[in-house]
Write a protein that binds this ligand. Structure first.
Ligand code: ATP
Ligand code: MG
Length: 304
């Protein structure tokens, strides 16, 4: 059974979907801007709306994007990577972001994680607005409240697994919570490998070290950009299984960009991006359902 949190409680995703409405339906993308002559597109805002009068919201939200625009370049070379994106990332849930190459997945993740600035709109981490924060504050916030897992594991070759896991906290001058660290190491199944250096570990094990490193500091939210993109399917399944357990057993919030329907099926929710917009979402997905939805988008010409 897939669980998520509603008002601090773990509940099945189906029940969570009942207690709040996740789709605010369609709106006209042109509203408030110059009218487009293109065929009208149905655009989804993946924002939680409370049934109970809108005070407080039914589902705790870890991060929010409001009308986020990200444009690169100017004039003829201007590329709009994110086009007025509204999204709520639910606390204690595993969210996957999918979409064709160039649709804005990495850009959205980088903006949500404060790794990149926005051209317009607002990003909130819990109640903190991160858009507009000065560099120093932003660096501090990323260090203290956000974890990252990259496609290339980014482990330091001269440090063993345990040293790699605790490195960010060592840099920040924080002492790891021993009990928590044990639990993380147990959950990732690395207890027997802590003294090994990255070159002595398999790809899957290295990525699990990177996942443990992200979890060890107990960040509010972990972002992964194709964290299993460099792994074979068995090692990928190991890491995904672990990410899933960290949500179910440790209450972690995870956002993962992926191209892989099987990887997406580990998530509670899949958000689909096309042309810098969120065009659809799916709850409690199976790999087949995700694959079907992707084919559907391709058939409608929503490819890059
Ligand atoms: N630094 C940059 N300068 C100019 N354009 C950029 C830059 N970064 C991204 N883009 C453009 O923004 C759009 C979205 O890019 P993004 O990297 O978010 O796509 P993506 O969905 O992650 O794709 P992929 O699946 O290939 O990783 C693309 O059209 C890309 O060319
Ligand atoms: Mg990308």
């Amino acid at each position: 059974m897939v669980l998520t949190t509603v008002q601090g409680r773990f509940v099945p995703v189906e029940e969570a979907s009942d207690s709040g409405r996740f789709l605010t339906g369609s709106y006209e993308p042109g509203a408030g801007r110059a009218e487009s002559t293109e065929e009208k597109k149905t655009v989804t805002t993946a924002v939680t709306e409370s049934k109970h009068g809108g005070t407080g919201g039914a589902v705790p939200v870890a991060a929010r994007a409001r009308q986020v625009v990200k444009a690169y370049g100017s004039g003829e070379t201007r590329v709009v990577a994110l086009d007025h994106v509204d999204v709520d990332i639910h606390k204690g849930a595993f969210t996957a972001i999918m979409g064709p190459s160039g649709s804005g997945k990495s850009t959205l993740m980088h903006c949500l994680a404060g790794l990149d600035t926005v051209s317009g709109g607002q990003i909130f981490l819990d109640e903190t607005e991160i858009t507009g924060l000065k560099d120093k504050k932003l660096t501090q916030l990323r260090r203290d409240r956000i974890g990252f897992i990259f496609q290339a594991f980014n482990l330091l070759p001269t440090l063993n697994a345990l040293e790699n896991i605790t490195l960010p906290m060592d840099i920040a001058g924080r002492k790891p919570d021993a009990e928590w660290l044990n639990r993380v190491v147990e959950t990732v199944g690395l207890a027997g490998r802590l003294k090994h250096r990255p070159t002595q570990l398999s790809g899957g094990q290295q990525q699990r070290v990177a996942v443990a490193r992200a979890l060890a500091a107990r960040p509010e939210i972990i972002f992964g950009d194709e964290p299993t993109g460099n792994l074979d399917s068995r090692a990928g399944a190991e890491v995904l299984g672990f990410l899933r357990r960290s949500v179910d057993e440790l209450g972690q919030t995870i956002v993962m960009v992926t191209h892989d329907p099987v990887a997406a099926s580990y998530a509670d929710r899949v958000l689909y991006l096309a042309d810098g917009r969120i065009v659809d979402e799916m709850w409690n997905p199976t790999a087949d359902q995700v694959l079907d939805r992707m084919k559907d988008f391709d058939a409608r010409g929503r490819t890059s």
